[in-house]
Design a protein around this ligand. Structure first.
Ligand code: NDP
Length: 484
């Protein structure tokens, strides 16, 4: 029988691996506070075994035809889809996100990435550049052993968004999940083995920042892809730079969602709900600064308050539940701190603001209005269900204020005026943008930020440039001229 619970802490060289001498990490189900598993942080021996296995596997994998590489990934995608329900339950237990979400946004999104990059693998080629009699050809080569480090909000999706393009390009990977949500990536490793990936191609090791840091600084590693906060990104980027490693940084945001007077009110409210309360607000690209033009502001707030009453808060394993807990007690406390700051700094609380009366780390969906640009809740990433509504008069003002942030991950605009939509989006400094929508992230579209929100892009054909490098070969057909 298929058992959705991983059987050991690490997955190295094609099999589960346990080493209980590492620091124990309790895995807590956020909806109850109950410990559902314990994993052990990787010891130096486990880290070394994972990197050695990846190094050996990568040498073999780079020689496998891209078509065959693609076939393995596609098979893995198919297995994930077949097991979507069990994988979704595991994701819900790991993160606390409602099953209603995980059934459609996690293993399915991971499978999309495996399928997309599996399909594209055979098409990865270099080019021929004619130079008269001479010519240059390019070879798209793998980088080597790559490290993926994940945040806790999308453990399955992050492992696949990094693993799928890395493997398609001929790399091997050592993946370190967040210590808060260590379970799901292990299942991806298991499924890849089942789909035919050679032992050592995709390894998972557990641990806190020190384990991530040991991986990043190991000379065997050619590339690091991190999904995490800006402060961690700064550290990891700097450490990778020491050895001139490739990096992708998918970091935090404080993204603007600009709603004009002429927007369709219900669609705009839906966009704001999706961009603030999905996954209890624990989404990097969330549009947490909601700029609403003054003419529509009160109608927007009234409709939003009404719609929030429909949120079903409760047991995430019940498919009727649409709003779950924070991932951890610590994250709940951080978010409560921001809610208190919002109150203290004079924002008007429209709804929520408190804990939900039940076990686990539940907070109410919270909306503040009359937020000003200088308030803490308008400047800092909260990573929880706290929407800040700010109002504005003119388009130029909205653009200037939306851009006045160190972040640049996402941005959205709601308007019925097509020209304005494109004009505004064109001026917003963000990597992943939306017109009359929010937070769609299909694998076909590049995903990533500008400014402090990161470097590089995940998903789409753009990701291939970040997981491979070009070798160019000049071929001279005639004699070689020399000065002497
Ligand atoms: P953190 O930055 O705290 O951690 C991210 C990962 O990095 C974790 O696995 C962490 O390990 C690890 N880590 C911490 N320190 C180091 C280090 N010195 N060297 C190597 N690895 C290290 O982020 P969170 O897990 O708290 O996730 C939330 C953040 O992630 C938010 O800022 C959010 O915006 C961002 N995010 C960005 C996304 C994007 O695509 N742009 C998507 C999702 C989230 P551990 O925590 O186990 O100690």
């Amino acid at each position: 029988m298929y058992d959705p619970q991983p059987t050991a802490s690490h997955y190295v060289n094609g099999a589960y691996l346990e080493d209980t001498s590492g620091t124990p990490i309790p895995v807590i189900y956020p909806a109850t506070g109950e410990v559902i598993a314990t994993v052990y942080a990787a010891t130096p021996a486990v880290i070394d075994a994972a990197l050695a296995a990846a190094e050996a596997a990568q040498k073999l994998w780079a020689k496998v035809s891209p078509r065959e590489r693609g076939r393995v990934l596609t098979r893995a995608a198919q297995i994930m889809r077949e097991r979507n329900h069990d994988l979704s339950v595991l994701e819900t237990r790991d993160t606390g996100k409602p099953l209603q979400e995980t059934l459609v946004a996690d293993a399915t999104s991971g499978a999309d990435a495996l399928e997309y990059f599996g399909g594209i693998a055979a098409g990865l080629t270099g080019e021929h550049i004619p130079l008269g009699e001479d010519w240059v050809y390019t070879i798209r080569e793998a980088l080597g052993v790559c490290v993926g480090i994940g945040a806790w909000n999308y453990p399955t999706q992050i492992a696949c968004w990094k693993g799928a393009p890395a493997l398609a390009c001929g790399n091997a990977m050592v993946f370190k999940p967040s210590e808060t949500t260590p379970l799901c990536a292990l299942k991806i490793a298991e499924i890849l083995t089942e789909a035919g990936a050679p032992a050592g191609l995709f390894n998972v090791v557990q641990g806190m920042g020190e384990v991530g840091s040991a991986l990043v600084t190991d000379p065997r590693v050619a590339k690091v892809s991190l999904t995490g906060s800006v402060p961690t990104g700064r550290k990891v980027y700097a450490a990778a730079a020491e050895q001139m490693k490739h990096v992708t940084m998918e970091l935090g945001g404080k993204s603007p969602l600009v709603i004009f007077d002429d927007a369709d009110l219900d669609n705009a409210v839906s966009g704001a709900i999706n961009g603030n309360f999905y996954s209890s607000g624990q989404v990097c690209s969330n549009g947490t600064r909601v700029f609403v033009q003054k003419g529509i502001k009160e109608a927007f707030l009234a409709r939003l308050a009404e719609r929030l009453k429909n949120a079903v808060i409760g047991d995430p394993l019940d498919e009727a539940t649409s709003f779950g807990p924070m991932v951890s007690e610590r994250q709940m406390q951080i978010v409560q701190g921001y809610i208190n700051k919002g109150r203290a700094e004079g924002a008007r609380l429209i709804s929520g603001g408190g804990r939900v009366e039940r076990d686990g780390f539940f907070l109410e969906p919270t909306v503040f209005a009359d937020v000003t640009d200088d308030m803490t809740i308008a400047r800092e990433e909260i990573f929880g269900p706290v929407m800040a509504v700010l109002d504005f008069d003119t388009e130029a003002e909205a653009i200037a204020r939306a851009n006045a942030t160190e972040f640049g991950l996402s941005a959205g605009v709601f308007t019925r005026d097509l020209s304005r939509a494109h004009r505004v989006i064109g001026q917003l400094r963000a990597g992943s943008c939306f017109i009359n929508s929010y937070n769609d992230a299909p694998v076909e579209a590049p995903f990533g930020g500008v400014k402090a929100s990161g470097v590089g892009r995940e998903n789409s054909k753009a990701a291939l440039d970040h997981w491979s490098q070009l070798k160019s070969v000049y071929v001279r057909m005639g004699d070689v001229e020399a000065a002497f």
